[in-house]
Design a protein around this ligand. Structure first.
Ligand code: NOJ
Length: 547
């Protein structure tokens, strides 16, 4: 998509030009010797984020919680779990981060609470409780069974029976995570107050958990079967969740969240949404009054070939609403690590893609050093999803293992055995080691981020598709008189990108952190799994002359 004059003139906001880094707090840095990461630990490691060159950290939930879903079951929205520290620690973290020029984004979990949240305790106390309607209750079906066929994402029915009051409550995830009833305006008021609590404390934004789940069908109609589902697949996928997710009405709820944000300066609202890219457009809001950044997870599952990626980027760019800002995600705490999915060599190419596409990138902790999925022995499984639906590879523990800081015991994460095993590759794969190695994955990330910060074309510039075929993906980025060509070899044999007259420039970066400054004219030869960023000579070419 080419940028318009207005877009070129407006100074970008921090969440448009910046890069977000996700911290999974249990696994980032333990400071108090309990084997679980904490806020003091994150504070101690802020220098790493500055050194890396990111702009914001998003911290997965740190609130009081029975940890049935490791913090995504919140028992108090305005506190800090003692495992992680105190509100004072949190304030210190925000102050330190801000002092270093880093923004802080919290996880907001408004779809459900813990069953131990006082709201739910009150709701389940009796059918006439004033909080009863804050959750979703239904009478049993005539045979005493679940009110309808809705399924939990974590396996089994989404309805749990409450014997004391004789009704079922709905839970999209664990039965220990009852869904709030967003049709009740008091729920919206209560969550808005929670948001203000944190915004007043200086938080720069929220990543909103499962935002596309917030509204469910008012008539509680059964979800239809998905004909493509087969035995051995994720059982939740048996049904198409058309009556439980992505309802039109959800956009009114999101606009309410956005209004809260808009009363503050310069904050960001990010929505977690697993939907095809075309569906993401609606989450910006009909008049851009929705999420600033509806998370785009398409790269997490993208077919890794040039044509498929070029099509995906084109589909996404083409579906963005006017004024909607793009974003890209390569990893998170729920999905396999990129270095496992694509292998270590293509993970470098993927990093170059992520950090040279138009839009805000989100990096997952550890991906900057190429951490891989860690095999978890059965006796150390923690993830409730794996426990509920074992053996299908759905478990997420392997992508949540401790950050590998150095070669000391427990990888410098903790003084004691951590809550999840450290990858045994840690003596070679760690921050300290890679900091000393000029061609490491960490150095590649530092260089990419440095380049992106130094050249607006790479962050806010227009994206220009150039060519895609076989293993070769070529695209341009241009802004205010500067232009770059990015050439990615997605395969493991050498390729020659013969761009023809029109290509003249210097290599600004190769994924192998060499060739810097090498002159290229007409063509560029790429080694297996090599990607390069080429700074083109002179004024932006039209790119149409290339290939
Ligand atoms: C999405 C979160 O990313 C995931 O970790 C969590 O289990 C579910 N939402 C439920 O909150």
């Amino acid at each position: 998509m080419r940028e318009g004059q207005a877009e070129r003139d407006a100074a970008p906001l921090w969440w448009q030009s910046g890069v977000i880094y996700q911290v999974y707090p249990r696994s980032f840095q333990d400071s108090d010797g309990d084997g679980i990461g904490d806020l003091q630990g994150i504070r101690r490691r802020l220098d790493h984020l500055v050194d890396l060159g990111v702009d914001a950290l998003w911290i997965s939930p740190i609130y009081p919680s029975p940890m049935a879903d490791f913090g995504y079951d919140v028992a108090d929205y305005t506190g800090i779990h003692p495992l992680f520290g105190t509100l004072k620690d949190f304030d210190r973290l925000v102050a330190d981060a801000h002092g270093l020029g880093l923004k802080v984004i919290l996880d907001l979990v408004p779809n459900h609470t813990s069953d131990e949240h006082p709201w739910f305790r009150e709701a389940r106390a009796s059918r006439t409780s004033p909080k009863r309607d804050w959750y979703i209750w239904r009478d049993p079906a005539p045979d005493g069974g679940s009110p309808n066929n809705w399924l939990s994402e974590f396996g089994g029915s989404a309805w749990a029976f409450d014997p004391a009051t004789g009704q079922y409550y709905y839970h999209a995830f664990l039965d220990r995570q009852p869904d709030l009833n967003w049709r009740n305006p008091q729920v919206a008021e209560a969550i808005h107050a929670v948001m203000r609590f944190w915004l007043d404390r200086g938080v720069d934004g929220f990543r909103v958990d499962v935002i596309w789940h917030l509204m469910k069908d008012v008539a509680f109609r059964d979800n239809p079967p998905d004909e493509d589902w087969r035995e051995g697949m994720n059982p939740y996928r048996r049904l198409k969740p058309v009556h439980t997710t992505d309802l039109e009405e959800v956009h009114g709820v999101i606009a309410g969240l956005r209004q809260v944000m808009d009363a503050y300066d310069d904050r960001v609202l990010i929505g977690e949404i697993y939907l095809p890219v075309e569906r993401l457009a609606a989450y910006y809001g009909a008049s851009l009054d929705g999420a600033h950044l509806p998370f785009n997870f398409a790269l997490l599952e993208a077919e890794w070939n040039a044509r498929a990626l070029a099509d995906l980027i084109a589909r996404y760019e083409g579906s963005l609403p006017e004024g909607g800002w793009p974003n890209w995600v390569l990893g998170n705490h729920d999905r396999p690590r990129v270095a496992t999915r694509l292998g270590p060599d293509q993970a470098r190419v993927a990093a170059m893609l992520l950090l040279t596409l138009r839009g805000t990138p989100t990096l997952y902790y550890g991906d900057e050093i190429g951490m891989t999925n860690v095999p978890i022995p059965p006796e150390r499984v923690q993830d409730p999803w794996e426990k509920n639906v074992p053996g299908l590879g759905l478990g997420r523990d392997g992508v949540r293992t401790p950050m590998q800081w150095d070669g000391s015991p427990h990888a410098g994460f903790s003084d004691v055995e951590p809550w999840l095993p450290v990858d045994e590759a840690f003596p070679e794969v760690n921050v300290a080691q890679q900091r000393a190695e000029p061609h490491s994955m960490l150095e590649l990330h530092r260089e990419l981020l440095r380049l992106r910060r130094a050249h607006a074309a790479l962050s806010i510039g227009a994206y220009v598709p150039v060519a895609a075929g076989g293993d070769l993906l070529l695209y341009g980025r241009e802004h205010a008189g500067e232009s770059f060509l990015i050439a990615l070899n997605l395969g493991d044999v050498p390729v020659l990108a013969a761009c023809g007259p029109g290509l003249a420039g210097r290599i600004a970066l190769s994924v192998f952190c060499d060739r810097m400054g090498e002159r290229v004219v007409d063509e560029v030869a790429l080694r297996p799994c090599e990607g390069v960023v080429i700074a083109l000579d002179g004024a932006p070419p039209s790119f149409s002359g290339l290939r």
